[in-house]
Design a binder for this molecule. Structure first.
Ligand code: GAL
Length: 992
């Protein structure tokens, strides 16, 4: 017989005793008492420890202290268990609604003094803003109730239990419960009281709930208020001083819509808020209102009558030390970072964030898709058998979740779409949630990606659709069937606005192809952009055995099942560093674009509604990367959606250097998220005169030769380079391998590039199969001709008949040393190559190579399908800073389109390389690193990289693109590197 306890832990209903209906998270002046702080705490391995701890006089002196809010697994250095990371998998048997007996259970206790005067309150309410996963609560030994819905607020009426003076509150939180089946989001499992606990004194005649719905139409605002209060609370007064509004509602019947003339609208670009109060003698609620109207017209999603394009990110609540505990300062800085990188939208994947986050979003300006706390993805493994989404036993829990979601946050102008949850299959409970939302809030559409057939949602949403598929949706190409849709269902979906709730999986180095998606969005009005997966890595700060700090991912805490580093897929690293992908995103979605024609440039404003009056425009001219002139570009104010032609300044073109004109749009004044001068948009124009590339001099007089030889700064022994500019070197050797990126390791099925990769097999596996990481070389010949040396090598891998012939020709011409490398693959290579180029290794000696200065694309790393954030210029960096610290070491640091490179040691140049373009004008890139690709590929975390005594210089004739195949499409064919002949030409010299 099931006991009462297992009944509770396996209860599919949302708990007993919490106050319903849920209400808004209001800013009220009614008294409140934070119960955050230190609580007494005990962890039990099962859910069945005695309940006597809830008694008032229980002796908890033997217990520990635990911070509230916190997750117990992140406290006490492992004393209370460890975090678990899984993506889709359930970390317990799929046996719904049951969970194992091994169910870590945290008991909490604390004392509090009921403030004097609270005995006059009508009610005393105890609010929990977040407890994972199921909890029960007692006050002075009397049970107030239980609740599940970890990322949702739950309130309990504790009036009968509290008394003047000292009180004891006790909480029991179970890590696992039936609710865990519907909270299977891709993130760490982090139990505990992780959001605020607050005691509220609800005044007699107080305002229980308030909703100031707003609208905006043709310059006029509209407020449609809803008040939940007893008759005794009236009269109530609504005041918006800035708008001269003072509206008295004598009774509930007087609460009626009002029009507001002359009001500025709210938008993510100009987040204009007006402070409103609703008050009576007992209570004042303060709320910032923003006027905006959300609507769907045909296949367009509009705010204030204008189409919205989401340049969004998926945002989880995650912090390397605090987990999902909210840190307002950190969150505000994160949102400011988003604004600086042209992010204009947030999907709160996959649950409501801390309520303050929405205040910040209102204030800083974001379009928000607010998602309910719901995901049952683990049922995918059993073909969705038993999925709660279609099981009546769960209906009430689903409805409770969505009611709590909408009610808590309904006042925020930033929220423009409600999302039912994520990856919960489909079923009648989801449809019921949607109906409830539609009835409750006619002012915002409903989203849920899993409603593939479009039966109960208002927008068509997909994740990781490829570029061609997205295009087919944009062009209404009905020959392309829509995922899981019959033709009729597809036809219905094609009538709706489309968004990508997730795309461009930003795991490790990547993604590629942001620009291809953006190009489609600009062309097809039905496409409303999307939300990159995802904003930041979820690394947890941990200590390696040798004491080194690092960011842990799945498996680092000894989990039984886990999903490795799939939790490290953000555009921001765990330590807050923006990755190159965030820079790429910023450049691709920049709200102002420039197109050059002759002596003028068209400045186009792609914003939703804001004009360019907040921007200044400036220009600069550089010769071979050296600044020669700069100034302001006089630009008229450009309205949203408009273009203006602006004359360019006269550009001084250099006869013997490259001439580049750069224009930028910068903030004319500081904002809440960036200082004056912050660059919002950039473009470059190449004004260089064409200069021919010196021809290769063919020498007829080659003769076999060995022995020692010096050619300029190069010294050879038996045909092998041994010193360059007086430094020991080894190489050049052919390098075809790169330490696989997470996308290279991906085997996502959505491969739309037939032969570049075999579906289900990662490129990295194919490269390892072909032995690209373990090439060997056989010298075929060494010849001399005057002051020239030629070697021929056959490079291949064990147990493979595939090979690459490498001819290296060193010549000294007029004192100038040139190395030309001809790389010719045999026939029969069937995969793409990660890279094709050479590696020169420079042991440290007395002056380690620790820096680089270059003229080419920079300052960031770039790859063929991620090239938009970089520009042509002269840059410098330490070797350390050339690499990005991806959580799992992988290919990083490639700088494209190299012209000149100086290697430096302690700031002094030690070697100079000039790269000539090949006959098709293609220029090589370079990677300068303290580790070989093979060493990098062998490390699971940065601290596992071996100590290095060598700097390795790669000159890559080409690199393969990045793609998004860690979860999504592979590299597009245009950016895939197919085995083919390549030529490198390098002029090498000692410092001048
Ligand atoms: C999606 C899912 C996200 C995340 C992503 C991959 O399917 O909605 O939560 O798991 O894949 O990182």
């Amino acid at each position: 017989m099931p006991s009462e306890l297992s009944d509770l832990v396996s209860d599919t209903t949302p708990g007993r005793g919490a106050l319903r209906p849920a209400r808004s998270w209001l800013h009220s002046d009614a008294p409140s008492l934070s119960l955050n702080g230190s609580w007494r705490f005990r962890l039990s391995p099962t859910a069945s420890a005695a309940e006597d701890f809830a008694a008032e006089d229980f002796d908890d002196r033997g217990w520990d202290d635990m911070a509230v809010p916190s997750h117990w697994v992140l406290e006490g250095d492992g004393a209370y268990g460890r975090p678990i990371y899984t993506n889709v998998q359930f970390p317990f048997p799929i046996d719904p609604p049951y969970v194992p007996g091994e169910n870590p259970t945290g008991d909490y206790r604390r004392r509090f003094e009921l403030p004097a005067g609270w005995t006059d309150a009508e009610r005393v309410v105890l609010r929990f803003d977040g407890v994972e996963s199921l909890f029960r609560v007692w006050v002075n030994g009397v049970e107030a109730g239980s609740a599940s819905g970890s990322r949702l607020a739950h309130e309990f009426d504790v009036t009968p239990m509290v008394r003047p003076g000292g009180n004891v509150v006790a909480v029991r939180a179970h890590q696992w419960s039936a609710a865990s089946y519907v909270e299977d989001q891709d993130q760490w499992w982090l139990p505990g009281i992780f959001r605020d606990v607050t005691l509220l004194a609800r005044p007699v005649a107080g305002i229980e709930d308030l909703w100031l719905r707003t609208g905006f139409d043709s310059g006029r605002g509209h407020i449609d208020p809803e008040v939940v209060a007893d008759a005794a609370a009236f009269p109530l007064t609504l005041r918006i001083p800035e708008l001269g509004i003072e509206q008295v509602w004598a009774t509930a019947a007087d609460v009626a819509p009002l029009d507001v003339a002359e009001v500025a609208p709210w938008s993510a670009e100009r987040p204009r808020l007006y402070e409103a109060t609703v008050s009576n003698a007992a209570e004042t609620i303060t709320q910032r209102v923003g006027f905006r109207t959300v609507e769907i017209r045909g296949d367009q999603f509009l705010v204030n009558g204008r189409r919205v394009v989401f340049h969004g990110v998926n945002r989880h609540e995650t912090h390397p030390e605090r987990g999902r505990v909210f840190d307002e300062e950190h969150a505000r800085e994160d949102l400011a970072l988003m604004k600086r990188f042209n992010v204009n939208a947030i999907r709160t994947s996959h649950y409501p964030p801390h309520p303050r986050l929405l205040d910040l979003a209102d204030e800083l300006g974001f379009w928000v898709v607010l998602e309910c706390d719901l995901e049952t993805h683990g049922f995918h493994k059993v073909d969705w058998a038993g999925n709660p989404s279609d099981d009546p036993a769960w209906r009430e829990a689903y409805l409770d979740r969505v009611r709590r979601t909408v009610e808590r946050d309904k006042n925020h102008p930033s929220i423009v779409i409600w999302s039912l949850g994520n990856e919960a299959g489909t079923g009648s409970n989801l449809a019921a949630m949607s109906s409830w939302v539609h009835a409750r809030d006619a002012g915002r559409p409903v989203h849920y990606e899993g409603d593939h057939a479009g039966e109960y949602t208002d927008v068509y949403s997909r994740m990781y659709a490829s570029v061609p598929e997205t295009e087919a949706i944009g062009t209404d190409d009905s020959r392309v069937p829509l995922l899981n849709c019959t033709p009729a269902q597809g036809a219905r979906q094609r009538t709706k606005p489309f968004l990508l709730c997730e795309y461009a999986h930003a795991m490790g180095n990547g993604p590629g192809a942001f620009d291809q998606y953006e190009a489609l969005v600009r062309e097809h009005p039905r496409l409303h952009g999307g939300f990159v997966w995802e904003w930041r890595d979820h690394g947890i700060l941990a200590k390696a055995p040798d004491g080194t700090l690092y960011y842990a991912y799945g498996g680092d805490f000894g989990e039984v099942v886990h999903d490795g580093n799939f939790v490290m897929d953000g555009m921001v690293l765990s330590d807050d560093t923006p990755t190159p992908s965030l820079h790429e995103f910023k450049a691709v979605v920049q709200p102002v674009t420039f197109s050059f024609e002759g002596d003028k440039v068209a400045v186009t404003n792609l914003r939703h509604s804001a004009d360019t009056s907040d921007l200044r425009f400036r220009w600069r001219v550089e010769h071979d990367g050296t600044l020669v002139e700069s100034g302001e570009l006089e630009t008229p104010v450009v309205a949203a959606g408009a273009s203006e032609w602006v004359p360019l300044p006269p550009v001084a073109v250099a006869p013997d250097a490259e001439t580049w004109l750069t224009v930028e749009a910068v903030l004319a004044a500081g904002t809440a998220w960036a200082p004056e001068g912050h660059v919002v948009a950039t473009a470059q124009l190449d004004r260089s005169v064409h200069r021919p590339v010196p021809a290769v001099r063919i020498r007829p007089d080659w003769q076999a030769d060995t022995g020692r030889l010096t050619l300029g700064v190069a010294e050879f022994a038996d045909g092998s380079l041994v010193r360059l500019a007086g430094r020991a070197v080894s190489g050049p050797r052919l390098e075809l391998f790169r330490a696989p990126t997470d996308n290279d390791e991906g085997a996502s099925d959505e491969v739309d590039d037939g032969d570049a990769a075999v579906p289900g097999v990662s490129n990295a596996d194919l490269w390892r199969r072909d032995g690209l990481h373990r090439l060997t070389s056989r010298r075929v010949g060494v010849e001399r001709a005057g002051d020239a040396l030629r070697t021929l090598d056959k490079v291949s891998a064990a147990d493979s008949a595939l090979f690459v012939m490498v001819e290296s020709v060193w010549t000294l011409d007029g004192g100038e040393l040139e190395l030309r490398v001809e790389i010719e693959p045999s026939s029969g290579w069937r995969t793409v190559w990660p890279r094709v180029g050479i590696r020169l290794s420079l042991p440290d000696g007395t002056a380690p190579v620790d820096g680089a200065e270059w003229f080419g694309l920079g300052p960031l790393e770039s790859y063929p399908d991620s090239l938009r954030a970089v520009y042509t210029g002269r840059f410098s960096s330490s070797v350390r800073d050339l690499a990005v610290d991806y959580a799992r070491p992988q290919e990083t640091g490639h700088r494209s389109e190299l012209r000149e490179l100086s290697l430096t040691s302690g700031g002094t140049e030690v070697l100079r390389v000039v790269a000539l373009p090949d006959t098709r004008g293609r220029r090589p890139g370079f990677v300068l690193s303290r580790h070989t690709p093979q060493e990098i590929a062998g490390a699971g975390h940065p601290y596992e990289l071996p100590a290095s005594g060598t700097t390795h210089l790669h000159i890559d004739a080409a690199q393969h693109g990045l793609g998004s195949r860690a979860c999504g499409p592979d590299v597009r064919p245009d950016f895939a590197l197919r085995p083919e002949s390549r030529t490198l030409r390098l002029r090498i010299s000692a410092p001048r």
